[in-house]
Design a protein around this ligand. Sequence first.
Ligand SMILES: C[S@@+](CC[C@H](N)C(=O)[O-])C[C@H]1O[C@@H](n2cnc3c(N)ncnc32)[C@H](O)[C@@H]1O
Length: 285
Amino acid sequence: MTHSDRGTDPLDPAYAEASVTRINPHIPHPARIYDYLLGGKDNFASDRKAAEALIEVSPGTREGVRAHRAFLGRAVRYLAAEAGITQFLDIGTGIPTQDHTHTIAQESVPEARVAYVDNDPIVLVHGRALLTGDPAGMTDMIEADLRQPEKILSDPAVRAVIDFTRPVAVILAGVLHFITDEEDPYGVVEQLKAAVPSGSHLLLSHITLDFADHLSREEFTKPYDDSPAPMVPRTHDETLRFFEGWDLVDPGLVEVVTWRPDPVEYQEQIPGGHAWAYGGLAIKP
Ligand SMILES: C[S@@+](CC[C@H](N)C(=O)[O-])C[C@H]1O[C@@H](n2cnc3c(N)ncnc32)[C@H](O)[C@@H]1O
């Protein structure tokens, strides 16, 4: 069973109904902007407008987002197929698309267990369709906020999926740039890192303006001004700090396209040449 802050069961149709009434189509939401950029259909005019404004300031946005998503796929595949990870805590998971974490992980490890977390009710509504993974494994989804890691870690639905005495992959892909410095993103990540045992992994990606020579921070973040989550790009050093004390897996924290590129995977040309996102994976000693 899954539950949200409101203590309802997403398998109950009343849950989806209640969530739908909390979805505001008039303000752009990160999950729906991302969905639009990935070519999905779960977005509204406000999200499309914000996404198009992003493309205007950064013409490589659409291709960069796809490159970011491909990085996530390669890293999850590595975790399941090569690093022996069978449990995944995927926070800021986004609206499920074809290759979501449990699909990729269960290709290599059918018994893989995945707990999804997102704070956007639209993700939860779509997430209900996800609860059918490989019968050998287990997937579940809760509505919670990364800024309250203790709630995530103590949630009974999360604890039903994840055994915190065994190695876990904590996935924070494309989500920490929605947490401002005032909200203590480093403290949040440290709490998550402290909750998992040695051999656990941290898979993290983050937007950066390190390659945006001709663009100011204000120009880039403006499309998110009306969104409930502001956009906070960080530098390589600032992103690297999230991994402190853990051992980075080769090739370290790099542009997402250069993280273990798959020779057979098609890589699009990104206008401007950079995906504007760093990605990395580290193991707890
Ligand atoms: C850009 S999408 C990334 C989706 C997926 N992780 C990926 O990398 O393909 C960011 C997701 O993080 C979620 N999100 C943003 N702020 C959050 C927060 N404070 N707590 C939980 N989820 C959050 C959004 O709702 C959205 O679904």
